[in-house]
Design a protein around this ligand. Structure first.
Ligand code: SF4
Length: 411
């Protein structure tokens, strides 16, 4: 009788995928970030970039296929016609102790890897096996010929896949030829998520983004010309508190977006994480973090200034408002919401912000990560009492609490 080896049912997984990819299979095509220098980004700072071979990635695709087959077979046994639901996962855990151990009490390291793969693949099956996200920070860094081979193998193994997305650095996009990008698109690459952050060279340089405004334009246009959809991430607040620099950051970012005209604009307002190099710059007073009101202003200017048709969203929890829709169609509605906030007296704005971040889930996440430490707790309490007492510095206290809260992580 053949034994099942957990290694055959495990895939290597990176740390994250972007918002909106909850239905996707995570498939790691390289490890970490080949640039890894942006001051505001802590994600891969403790790790080194390394490439993965086509053979390694193909092995992971085969592991996903095996896990998918196993789930479908359990589903058929249960009379569920191959559909994967939560009870199918539970039953599979019990049915294959050689793969998953006696979950959760007695599980070997190899079995934990198989369990992570099961979670990745089962979630994907529940959502219909259509989307795949290529990890990590710059999947396009893989040689185009190799990536095309991976995409072909993926689609052959899973013909249901219709959307393949990844993060990509603009500099890498700019260095690819139009022909290479067209071939990648034809092989199945549908979307690239590009961290633009700013259209201002001065800000890009200070933040060590490793890309110029011109490379952003070149990379973005090449993607779109090849038929690959582009989501551009921009970051209100990245110019800091100085009004001249932040003004240039906002205006140049708007101009850049209007020049590239990406398919979608996603906003993630600056959060200075204590694990990111920018935190040290704040402590050394080399960078001054803007307040929430300033970031709301910048967001409003961006919404006002974007003059092409695009999807637009501000769903990341570091934003003071959650918008999702299209520009210019919903421009007025978004601006009206911001105007209502701006018209509030400082005490009401402080209340809004406190509610938004403390009661909107952010604090629970931070608590869940074990990072609700005494200094943060103290600042939150001070902010709450300053509002209860209607203290004149309530807004300032709230801002301080939110800066500390956001420094713990981004949900
Ligand atoms: S390129 Fe992206 S992942 Fe890499 S350091 Fe910069 S922000 Fe972080």
């Amino acid at each position: 009788m053949s034994t099942m080896d957990p290694d055959d049912y495990a895939m290597e997984l990176g740390p994250m995928g972007p918002i909106g990819e909850g239905a996707a299979l995570m498939l790691r095509v390289n490890r970490n970030c080949p640039w890894n220098q942006c001051l505001f980004c802590p994600v891969y700072k403790a790790s080194h970039f390394s490439a993965r071979s086509v053979e390694e990635v193909k092995r992971d695709i085969e592991a996903a296929r095996r896990v998918g087959d196993l789930l479908e077979s359990t589903s058929w046994d249960m009379g569920l016609n191959g559909y994967v639901q939560h009870e199918v996962i539970e039953a599979s855990l019990k049915k294959y102790p050689e793969l998953y151990g006696k979950y959760p009490s007695a599980v070997t390291e190899k079995q934990w890897s198989a369990l992570r793969c099961l979670s990745n693949v089962a979630n994907w099956y529940i959502h219909g096996t259509r989307r795949v996200f290529l990890q990590d920070a710059n999947a396009l860094f893989m040689k185009p010929g190799e990536l095309i081979e991976v995409l072909g193998y993926l689609k052959k193994t899973f013909p249901s896949v219709d959307t393949i997305t990844c993060y990509a650095r603009a500099r890498t996009c700019a260095r690819r030829t139009p022909e290479e990008l067209t071939e990648l698109h034809d092989a199945g690459l549908s979307w690239c998520f590009v961290g633009i952050e700013s259209g201002c060279d001065e800000v890009l340089e200070f933040m060590k983004k490793g890309v110029t405004r011109q490379e952003h334009i070149s990379g973005g246009r090449k993607l779109l010309a090849a038929g690959i959809e582009m989501a551009a991430f921009v970051m209100p607040g990245l110019g800091g508190r100085n009004p001249d620099v932040s003004g240039r950051h906002t205006r140049d970012t708007i101009d850049l977006l209007n020049e590239i005209q990406p398919t979608e604009v996603r906003v993630r307002s600056l959060a200075v994480l204590e694990s990111a190099p920018l935190y040290g710059k704040c402590e050394a007073r080399e960078f001054f973090h803007p307040g929430e009101d300033q970031m709301v202003e910048e967001l409003g200017e961006m919404i006002e200034g974007i003059d092409f048709d695009c999807a637009f969203e501000t769903l990341q929890m570091t934003n003071a408002f959650s918008f999702r829709g299209r520009l210019p169609g919903q421009k007025r509605a978004f601006l009206d919401a911001l105007d209502s906030y701006r018209a509030l007296p400082p005490m009401k704005r402080a209340q809004y912000l406190l509610n938004r971040y403390l009661r909107g889930g952010y604090l629970e996440f931070v608590q869940g990560w074990g990072k609700l430490d005494p200094p943060l707790q103290e600042k939150v309490e001070e902010a709450e009492s300053s509002i209860a007492e209607e203290a004149p510095d309530a807004l300032k206290k709230v801002e301080t609490a939110l800066f500390t809260l956001k420094s713990k992580g981004i949900p």
